[in-house]
Design a protein around this ligand. Sequence first.
Ligand SMILES: Cc1cc2nc3c(=O)[nH]c(=O)nc-3n(C[C@H](O)[C@H](O)[C@H](O)COP(=O)(O)OP(=O)(O)OC[C@H]3O[C@@H](n4cnc5c(N)ncnc54)[C@H](O)[C@@H]3O)c2cc1C
Length: 120
Amino acid sequence: MSPLGGVGVNLAVQDGIAIDRILAEPLLSGSVGTVELRRLQLRRLPTTRAVELLQAGIHRTVDPAVHGHRPIRPPAPVEWLLTTFPALTRIPARILGVGVTAEHAPDFARREEPTFDGAR
Ligand SMILES: Cc1cc2nc3c(=O)[nH]c(=O)nc-3n(C[C@H](O)[C@H](O)[C@H](O)COP(=O)(O)OP(=O)(O)OC[C@H]3O[C@@H](n4cnc5c(N)ncnc54)[C@H](O)[C@@H]3O)c2cc1C
C-alpha cells in the first residue's frame, strides 16, 4: 500500500475494530484458527483493495504532474463525472474514511454515551 493520502492509521483502526468483533470471542475461548483469520481477511479485503485502487488512480494523476510541473487534473472523464454529479465525490471520501464495509465495535466494547456535562 502506498503512503499516499495517509490512510494507514485509518485502515489500522478499522482493522482493529473488525479484529475486535470477529476475533475477541474466539481469542477468549482460545480457539482462533485459520477459519476465523480467513473470515477477518475476507472482511477487510474489499476496503483494502478499494483504497489501493483509489491510490493507484491518484498516483497516475499526481505523479506526472509532480515530476513535470504540470497542473494536477483528474482524467477528463473523471473530471466530467465529478463536476456534473458533485455528489459522486462522496464515494472516494466514504471509501477512504469509512471503508467499503463500515466497521462497528461490538456492544461489549462500546462505552456508555457521556452525558452533556461529561458525567456517566
Ligand atoms: C514514516 C511513516 C509515516 C507514516 N505516516 C502516516 C500518516 O501520516 N498517516 C497515516 O494514516 N499513516 C501513516 N503511516 C502508516 C501507519 O503508521 C501504518 O499504516 C499503521 O501504523 C499500521 O498499523 P497496524 O496496527 O496495522 O500495524 P503496525 O502499527 O505496524 O503494528 C503492528 C505491530 O505488531 C507487532 N508485531 C509484528 N509482528 C509481530 C509478531 N510476530 N508478534 C508480536 N507482535 C508483532 C509490531 O511490532 C507492531 O507493533 C506512516 C508510516 C510510516 C512508517
